[in-house]
Design a protein around this ligand. Structure first.
Ligand SMILES: *Cc1c(COP(=O)(O)O)cnc(C)c1O
Length: 436
């Protein structure tokens, strides 16, 4: 069987930034037809809130729940000059999530809590109805300390799993790819977490971690390419966003569409979030992933069909980008099929755009995010101000509703970036913004 590349958009292999509309998108597709149920992760976060509050003091203000602010960015919006139909632009601040400082906290907390609960049940520390806070006690921590966690990562997932695992008393080992930033490794090591460095890319680090964990029955492997627990942890963000939109008076219905822009690496975080949102809002939410021009792995997989894995290398791209967490060559085989009919499209952005937009966001709104987390800021423009975007809006019958639309730009990381690194990012951002 040969791969059919004919569905790839013009300009993709030349790394031209573009908007790809998913021809298989089905507004009526039912996210409920799949057995993965975000009610599982919502319930786990609720019953573990007491435990989380004890172990992580940063979570006390939210009573042990993981939450991030939803912030209007009107000055940034007006600077983009999208006119009267611009609608409301909101930034979902997962860059500010406690403990891990990125969207990875959502999936990571859920998977590590599920593991700690399972160990607790297996070892007789917990019954079904026991308060999960007992896992913070000395006896439980001694038991948890005999168990290990491993993960393969370009950086942020390792940071999240390492910090959360160590917080709960588990031994954590993080396998980092060559592109992982030095400060992330140093931060983990400072917290007593073992970092193993690999010379290959993200997929190679995952494979290495998986092999080590497979050989050790006391070691759990967090598999970013396959994990339902990570996926469901991300999906729980949908209810949080729904409550925040309601509190702010933002409606989501046929006259008030919701557009969401989600930076995509392997696909777990954006896929889980969109899956959760589709269950709540159905056809009224329009989900777009954002990928670097060098690493559009979800676009490539969906455009070439799901018959076999297709990577960005297969289409002649090199997967080299400064966008941490987004340098992934092959989409998750768990998530790609789930997105086939739910995802409206993918936009690709280059370094000049996301460095420049990160700098503009900080200059105009006083919000610092890391470059990969700024990729979604191009989303509304791509919908409102390109022929492809207008074609999508028209096909959905939304041309007259766009002035009442809400655009949620998911900011996925940044609060842990050290000041000296921020300064370097800012300098490049100022240059890129001036050149644009
Ligand atoms: C990991 C990551 C993403 C994307 O998540 P995936 O599950 O890999 O698709 C987006 N932004 C940042 C900052 C990340 O670290």
């Amino acid at each position: 069987m040969t791969t059919d590349f004919s569905g790839l958009p013009t300009g993709l292999t030349q790394r031209r930034p573009l908007l790809w509309l998913n021809p298989a998108y089905d507004a009526q597709a039912d996210a409920h037809s799949d057995p993965l149920d975000p009610a599982v992760s919502e319930a786990r976060f609720a019953r573990c809130a007491g435990l989380m509050r004890q172990v992580f003091p940063e979570l006390r203000p939210t009573a042990g729940l993981l939450q991030s602010p939803l912030t209007p960015i009107p000055v940034f919006r007006d600077s983009m000059a999208c006119g009267a139909a611009a609608g409301d632009w909101l930034l979902k601040r997962d860059d500010a999530l406690p403990v891990a400082g990125s969207v990875k906290a959502r999936g990571g907390f859920h998977e590590v809590l599920a593991l700690a609960e399972r160990i607790g049940l297996d070892e007789g520390l917990l019954g079904d109805d026991t308060d999960r806070a007992v896992l913070a006690g000395p006896a439980a921590r001694a038991v948890l300390g005999r168990h290990a966690l491993a993960v393969g990562s370009t950086g942020n997932l390792g940071l999240a799993i390492g910090m959360i695992g160590a917080g709960l008393g588990l031994r954590a080992i993080v396998h980092m790819s060559a592109d992982a930033k030095e400060w992330k490794k140093q931060r983990l090591r400072r917290h007593g977490i073992q970092v193993v460095e690999h010379s290959g890319d993200y997929a190679a680090a995952v494979a290495a971690g998986r092999a080590v964990a497979d050989a050790d029955p006391m070691m759990h492997f967090v598999d970013d390419e396959q994990s339902e627990a990570l996926f469901l942890g991300y999906a729980a963000a949908a209810r949080e966003l729904q409550a925040q939109l309601q509190a702010a008076g933002g409606r989501v219905d046929a006259d008030h569409p919701l557009f969401v822009y989600l930076p995509c690496g392997v696909g777990g975080a954006p896929g889980g979030i969109l899956y959760g949102l589709k269950r709540l809002f159905g056809a009224h939410v329009h989900g777009f992933f954002v990928e670097p021009t060098a690493s559009p792995c979800m676009l490539v997989q969906l455009a070439c069909g799901l018959g076999r894995p297709v990577s960005v290398y297969d289409v002649g791209l090199d997967n080299r980008t400064e966008a941490d967490g987004l340098a992934v060559g092959l989409a998750s085989p768990l998530v790609a099929p789930l997105m086939a009919r739910l995802l409206s499209g993918v936009l690709t952005v280059d370094e000049a755009m996301f460095y420049g937009d990160a700098w503009r966001l900080e200059t105009l709104e006083g919000i610092y995010v890391e470059p990969s987390a700024a990729t979604g800021l191009r989303g509304p423009m791509q919908i409102l101000d390109t022929s492809q975007g207008r074609a999508y809006v028209q096909a959905c019958g939304l041309t007259d509703a766009m002035g009442r639309a809400t655009h949620v730009i998911w900011s996925t990381g940044g609060s842990l970036v050290p000041e000296d690194i921020r300064q370097a990012f800012r300098a490049r951002g100022r240059r890129e913004a001036g050149a644009a």
